[in-house]
Design a protein around this ligand. Sequence first.
Ligand code: MN
Ligand code: ZN
Length: 496
Amino acid sequence: MAPKPTISFTRFAVPRKGAAILLSSEDAGLGEAGKACDPGEILPRAFSVAGFKGKSGTAVDVLAPAGSPLDRIVVVGTGKSEALSGYGWTRLGGSIAGQFRKAGDLTVVVDAGGTRPTPADVAELAAGILLRAYNFDTYKTRRDEASGEPAAAPRVTIQCANPTATKRAFAQAEAIAESVWLARDLVNEPANILGPVEVAAKARALEALGVKVEILTEKEMRRLGMGALLGVAQGSVRPPRLVVMQWNGGKPKDRPVAFVGKGVTFDSGGISIKPAGGMEDMKGDMGGAAAVIGLMHALAARGARANVVGVVGCVENMVDGNAQRPGDIVTSMSGQTIEVINTDAEGRLVLADALWYCNERFQPRIMVDLATLTGAVIVSLGAHHAGLFSNSDELADRLLKASSDTQERLWRLPLGPEYDKLIDTKNADMKNTGGRNGGAITGAQFLQRFVKDTPWAHLDIAGTAMGAPASEINQSWGSGFGVRLLDRLVRDHYES
Ligand code: MN
Ligand code: ZN
């Protein structure tokens, strides 16, 4: 893993070493603290040569003049000074970090003409620096000089108006950013290293933060009647695990909110085997589980005042003499029977039992599942939005608001009886595919049969959890999608 930058906060003062990063807004230019860093007034000339106007996403990089204790001065445009939102600050932090892959001393002077942002804004900016700094290089035994990967962590000093309050706000933002790092790592790790048992062990490590963790083995799942999940697992030599995490930070009598993740640590497709091209990406078919584990980490690390349950179903879907066949009929924990038409539609079989178990045991106020469930959702929405399905307009609206605030984007797709009919079959209570058309929707209809009337939402993150386009705050294949979104949901609606 890339070295994590160290970040500290101080009052405004002219930096004495390394690189200075100044902010300049489109309407008001450099702030006073920024101007003080340029006593020779070289910047106005640099701006005019480069045509720099402070637009968002632009920057000017100049060598510090002879006699200056600094090496470089970089001015980053913020756009209009009033236009920056919470996420705008995160993204700005990401683009600042993007300018500095090498180790060294960086001083960021957070003062853009007219805008001296709040402590929470500056904390968001600092979190953006952390999010961008992530790089999955665990298995690189030689450093690639040409790529500019840092050998050591940059030391970042952020100068702002209220360092004490900013430091406090950053403790929360840092907890979330570190949780996104955790989720990205889980997705990026290959399947030979991270199978169901190993994912469960990563979840177990959250006990250090005060999360209660239970791990159900195959025997216990068999006793509970989880025939849908176990049918997927039976083709792998690696045994399945169901992980139950509880963070009890709320009032003892408050019913919990619950998050359920698909944790298929490798999906070969099973007997309905996938084509070879791109199959390596199926190590990331546990992106839902990674998001739930990352979320539980975030809630515990920042001491969320809420009762939250996280359940992840971990299996490996393999081809084997004992693998389940197309046409097999399995009985889920709910008692409902399922005809397995396609063994590659395995995620919903895992979630069927995980959702039912979670709902029966905890009677949660709401239940949100995350799964890299269908290729169809990528056909619909590409890599820029995850599919949102819900039986509750209130929950869907809350998720959409959190989505707009964090820019982990969701787009709501329909559910309905016409779609539900498509998974009926004469041989059992339902079948596990509804055909090509509306494939993301029939996947969601299938899951809805396992949640009763509990307000529930399903996030199909097949396009956003892995291989999503690089952004200012993420350059990693595994994006950690869902951690920031669901932390925001909990913070806005379910904390006491
Ligand atoms: Mn599959
Ligand atoms: Zn899958």
